[in-house]
Ligand binder design. Sequence first.
Ligand code: KG4
Ligand code: ZN
Length: 414
Amino acid sequence: MKILAIETSCDETAIAILDIKETKTETKVSVLGNALISQIKIHEQYGGVYPALAKREHSKNLVPILKTALKESGLLKTEKTKTFSTKDINKLKTLLSHESELFELICGELPSIKTPKIDLIVVTNGPGLEPALWVGINFAKALNFLWGIPVIPANHMEGHLLASLLKNVKNGNFTLKKPLFPMLSLLISGGHTELVLAKKWGVYKLIGQTRDDAVGEAFDKVARMLSLPYPGGPEISRLAEKYREKHLGEKSAYPLPRPMLHSKDFDFSFAGLKTAVLYTLKKISLNQASAGSGEHSSKKNVLAKITADVKESIACEFEDSATEVLLSKSERAVKKYKIKTFSLGGGVSANKQIRHSFEKSFADNFPETKLFVPSQTLTTDNAIMIGLAGYFKSDKKVARTSLSRIRAMGNLSF
Ligand code: KG4
Ligand code: ZN
């Protein structure tokens, strides 16, 4: 089955074209085309994703990356430019009434593109930023109108979950073997921290989640406090690694709490950890002031005086705290539910310390449980995972959802 997948839930505009084949033992996923434009540089100055800007960028990016992905797949066939009829233009205008830039690009570029040989379009309908999700959804609807290819929605978090089960066999070719159940997945991203239990294929139950900030959000906010660029996760990780190289085995001079480590449930909380970093920074500045500098301790002054070593120490302690809580709750859930397969997924699963800690714990404590950690390129948002999530739904009821009922659902859950 050839699938065109569209992802616009946050700050990555992505389109992938997949050819998915089922054999007796596994699902073979060939990535025929994969185009992605990251908006990180654009949002950097705001220290986080700015929804109206994300929407505008998706509107600008979708048509160019559609062409790139089609070309890469060998599916871009052009014909002498025809023009759309007035009726077609009016229909597109209605569909894209909130995405005027996308409407212009479609009218300019799509008339010359022949309908590609694709069986299904899959588009993320949530969770995510609603204005951003709508751009992808309306684009999918416009393609359905022009090409007559069916469209189905996919859950972004299910995409992250499935991406971690993919094994890279050769450049652009993956396989997915059905895991043993029960399976537990820890999904950690900029918007989510979830423990998801699956007793059988495609049937999920959320057994734990964050009560406030997502772990990636905490990484980003702490990075901001330390004047590190957005996204903060990789920056914190870089500093923490430096610290460990220099101070192997040493206890941090700036201890931080392990929120909800001993709570009986499988929920998380990261807002308190982030605030604890803030208090630590304030305390350092007060100590410096009472040591006689006499200067007003503005944020700039505080940071100017925090040595690189102190920053690295705080980053390391923060990363250790987040890792410990994530691992400890996961271990308890693995024992309680007698888990046979465990997977890590989402942007934060790119974090080396988290990956190593899980790998070590599973090797030492749960040798019978198969651990899946996604390849680095599949940790952050992409459209391959969306195509995959759609593929496994394509024979289900959702596949028959009428087009008009596909809507952006910012809080879509499992
Ligand atoms: O899954 P994702 O790409 O987007 C969402 O769906 O949110 O995740 C983005 C998050 C950001 O918070 C980013 O800081 C975090 O993943 N992240 C990391 C690392 N790489 C990305 N966090 C910790 N360590 C990393 N190496
Ligand atoms: Zn994501």
